[in-house]
Design a protein around this ligand. Structure first.
Ligand SMILES: [Zn+2]
Length: 456
């Protein structure tokens, strides 16, 4: 460990109370996606106070704090701001019904902790590149009703915060991204280094139209929208046998409406259908199958189908733990061991992403991974289920402080010595999209306004 690395750890260690109180403040004021006004204000305040050049109101609530040098690559550290709807959580906001049951407040704490260390003059003097801290809105799934409202309010890619930020060009100065999260797959160790493959998804809202008639007097004059819907869902069930294990496909439905009164043949049903799979191609293929099921059922009964495609998240393109991150982890372990000679703090464990590791959940970090190298780790320090009422942080050191240290140390290692490590990673990375082609892809494949009525 060099002197700067030592200094980074000391700075974060000295500011631990500030980081903890920031984490708790955010936790106590959970806000839903694209509505993280207070959270954004707190992040902006903190980053401004350290002298970062702050831009607020990106995709409504996004806050980007930059320290930009003209030369060298830019490393952007992400902190997600939104909380998840979970009314039964003891720390849920009684009005908006959300709680930090996905640990995003811990991510933000880690991000601002890292920003403290990287604002230090000696640390900065040793960097051959720029650092940015980006508090981003809306990582959690946004349902169809809310998307409609957001669209009216001027959000174009209503599927997720990162997607809208990419569209707006808010990542144009970024060359390399660092993300973190509480563990999303079962991991016994304190840290899990790297970005495992993960599913992407697409969704659609389907309106099935039939024809109302009296359910007893003349049902033969009706077209039953509920029958069309259940037939389509049954077909999807039978189609599941064509899913391959390696595709990690998941297909699920929620029926939002299925007729009005029991005495009438249901003339309208509304369904939301979600397709998850491990590649963009497979997602599209399965969505075509779903569409055929709806169209086929509508044809059989003589009804019609309208659909709105709801933009999803892209799968994560997996990335093994980079050497810089593993070295940073080792430094952190040594530092803790040295410290624990003085007090009784414990040991540190980690493991690296292995070939075949897979996360069945989805995140819009997947979209970023199609444009940038995304260096990621997840951390422990919590118990209970993600998104569950029993989720809570039980180890502040592991959930807030150590992740901040790991982010800052890794960033330093990327940008020291002429930023040689960052440059190598960027050079070796082959992006699937740039901003323009990304926007085009989303518009073509996941556009919200795409409505496909079919007369049969
Ligand atoms: Zn999350």
């Amino acid at each position: 460990m060099d002197l700067i690395e030592q200094r980074i750890l000391d700075i974060i260690d000295r500011h631990r109370e500030e980081i903890l109180s920031f984490a708790k403040d955010i936790e106590q004021h959970p806000e839903p996606g694209f509505e993280e006004m207070r959270t954004a204000e707190k992040a902006a305040e903190f980053l401004s106070s350290l002298g970062y050049e702050v831009q607020s109101g990106l995709a409504r609530t996004g806050v980007r704090g930059d320290w930009i040098k003209k030369e060298g690559p830019n490393v952007t550290i992400i902190g997600e701001m939104d909380a998840i709807g979970c009314r039964t959580h003891p720390k849920a906001d009684p009005e908006n019904g959300t709680a930090h049951a996905c640990g995003h407040h811990a991510q933000l704490a880690a991000m601002i902790g890292a920003s403290l260390a990287l604002a230090d003059e000696d640390v900065r003097a040793s960097l051959s590149g720029s650092v940015s801290f980006f508090s981003v809105p809306a990582e959690e799934y946004i349902d169809a009703g809310k998307r409609e409202r957001l669209k009216k309010e001027g959000i174009v890619f209503t599927g997720s915060g990162k997607s809208e930020l990419i569209r707006l060009g808010a990542f144009d100065r970024t060359n390399l991204v660092m993300t973190t999260h509480v563990h999303m797959v079962p991991v016994k160790e304190d840290f899990y280094l790297g970005n495992p493959a993960c599913n992407g998804f697409t969704a659609e809202k389907v309106i099935v139209r039939g024809k109302a008639a009296h359910a007893a007097i003349d049902p033969w004059n009706g077209v039953n929208a509920l029958s069309i819907t259940t037939s389509a869902i049954q077909m999807m069930g039978l189609m599941r046998e064509t899913f391959r294990e390696e595709d990690h496909a998941r297909l699920h439905n929620v029926i939002r409406k299925a007729g009005d009164v029991l005495n009438s043949v249901p003339d309208e049903a509304v369904v939301e259908t979600k397709v998850r799979a491990s590649s963009l191609k497979r997602i599209e293929e399965i969505r075509d199958m779903v569409d055929r099921a709806y169209d086929g059922a509508a044809y059989a009964f003589g009804g019609t189908v309208e659909r709105e495609v709801l933009q999803g998240y892209m799968p994560i393109l997996p990335r093994k733990a980079d050497r810089v991150m593993v070295e940073a982890m080792q430094d952190l372990k040594n530092w803790i061991q040295k410290k624990s000679d003085q007090n009784t703090s414990g040991d540190l464990s980690w493991r690296e992403v292995q070939e075949g590791d897979f996360n069945n959940a989805c995140t819009d970090v997947g979209d970023l991974s199609h444009l940038f190298p995304v260096l990621n780790f997840t951390f422990s320090g919590f118990e209970g289920k993600l998104h569950g009422a029993d989720f809570r942080i039980v180890d502040e050191e592991k959930a807030y402080i150590l992740p901040a240290m790991l982010l800052a140390l890794t960033t330093y290692k990327l940008l020291k010595n002429g930023a040689s490590e960052a440059k190598k990673i960027i050079e070796d990375f082959h992006p699937v999209f740039d901003r323009e082609s990304y926007v085009r892809y989303v518009q073509e494949h996941h556009s919200y306004s795409h409505i496909d009525g079919k007369e049969s």
